[in-house]
Design a protein around this ligand. Structure first.
Ligand code: GLC
Length: 404
């Protein structure tokens, strides 16, 4: 089965890491699976795909589309105007994309991001089944949401990464229902074994901790809504003795092109300095081996200030048997049992986060209990075989190909 995957980003964010896992999993589920990936640029995703032996084609997104998004802080009018100004660049790109799909006689097109969903509606011939894999809330992107509604007039199968995203999409796109398939992770990499975490101090530019400390990390891209500011504030509000028993890390980097939607390192550094935390809270840049990061931490924090579509880092941290604090809203609320597999906090609540951190830093047995239960639960929920199997079934139906 020839499947073309369209990615809106060439970086390795959550949606792109899912795509890699999906392709790995599908290789085992489909006997004849011939994937091709169309990306907007060279970069880490292209490299990872080539390492898997997947063929990669680069079709650049028109510049305006690459740098415009409405999930950030900008006004709808700005987004709409920027999009409109770029419209003349679209037809050539659409033609290139269509030619590529037709020349390769693809059996199915799987689009992995909002921007490629929009382009695919124009570029994918109607005779080719089209699937939109929704990784984000359509409702959080008013302009893209309106465009997607118009684009969904073409026959398209929607799959969301969580029930919350599916319900939001059905409502916004005025569809009777949208199915969801929870993401999976590589459970052979995210294993519940601890690694010595002192490397995090040097990576974050902190003095080595003298003696045993509880290492607490927020692992996320620098999107503003990931709550790095809340994490800094919560650490600042911890009592002195609790704070001194911990080391705190913000791990990740600004990986997206979309303007205005991300923290800069300088902003985060400034906030850390202003709260007097420079000695215990540091920034660790983007890490290509997230399993190593998870296993080096004692506590993993998820602090998104808006409902999270899914929350891949929560799944990864659970599988690695860490003690997790996570926002229970949107898709992330579907991933764990509060108080059993993780401590739940409300989105945007610094007091909730401070209290959860204080409990976890002070109580090693609570950390162990949560981590042990999370590791077992993650093996049930985030299995790659289940994830890829569901997609394989869907592909067979859509393409009308009986590949056992
Ligand atoms: C997007 C979502 C995130 C999800 C990931 C994979 O990045 O924001 O919540 O984990 O896609 O589906």
């Amino acid at each position: 089965m020839k499947v073309a995957f369209l990615s809106a980003s060439g970086e390795l964010g959550g949606a792109e890491r899912c795509l890699l896992d999906l392709i790995r999993g599908l290789r085992r589920e489909l006997r004849k699976f011939d994937p091709m990936c169309i990306l907007p640029e060279e970069g880490p995703l292209a490299e990872a795909l080539r390492q898997l032996g997947v063929s990669v084609e680069v079709v650049e997104l028109p510049k305006f589309l690459a740098s415009t998004g409405d999930s950030g802080e900008r006004s709808r009018l700005t987004v709409a105007l920027r999009l409109l100004a770029g419209v003349p660049a679209v037809p050539a790109m659409v033609r290139r994309l269509r030619r590529l799909l037709v020349d390769r006689s693809c059996d199915l097109v799987h689009s992995n991001g909002v921007k490629t969903h929009l382009l695919s509606a124009l570029a994918v011939p109607r005779t080719m089944p089209l699937l939109w894999h929704l990784h984000d809330f359509v409702g959080a992107r008013p302009v893209a949401g309106a465009l997607l509604r118009a684009a969904a007039v073409r026959p398209v199968t929607l799959v969301a990464n969580s029930r919350a995203v599916a319900e939001d999409a059905a409502q916004r796109l005025r569809l009777p229902s949208v199915r969801h398939i929870h993401n999976a992770i590589d459970l052979t990499q995210f294993v519940p074994e601890s690694l010595e975490g002192s490397w995090l101090d040097s990576a974050a530019g902190l003095e080595p901790a003298g003696g045993r400390v509880v290492r607490v990390g927020l692992v996320a891209t620098y999107a503003r809504w990931k709550g790095q500011d809340q994490f800094i504030d919560a650490v600042a509000q911890l009592g002195d003795s609790i704070r001194q028993a911990g080391r705190f890390y913000i791990i990740g980097g600004p990986i997206y092109r979309t303007r205005g939607s991300q923290w800069t390192q300088e902003e985060l550094h400034r906030r850390i300095r202003e709260r007097g935390l420079s000695g215990c809270l540091g920034l660790v840049g983007f890490q290509s081996d997230p399993a190593r990061v998870m296993r080096s931490l004692d506590v993993v924090v998820h602090a998104s200030t808006r409902p999270e579509p899914f929350g891949l880092t929560i799944a990864e941290a659970m599988a690695a048997g860490r003690a997790v604090v996570a926002v229970s809203a949107g898709g992330s609320a579907e991933l764990f049992r509060p108080g059993i597999d993780a401590l739940a906090i409300r989105p945007g609540s610094v007091p909730d986060l401070r209290e959860a951190l204080a409990r976890l830093i002070a109580d090693e047995s609570l950390r162990r209990r949560l981590g042990a239960s999370a590791a077992v639960e993650a093996r049930k929920r985030f299995d790659l075989h289940r994830f890829a199997g569901e997609f394989a079934g869907l592909y067979r139906n859509l393409a009308g190909i009986d590949d056992p």
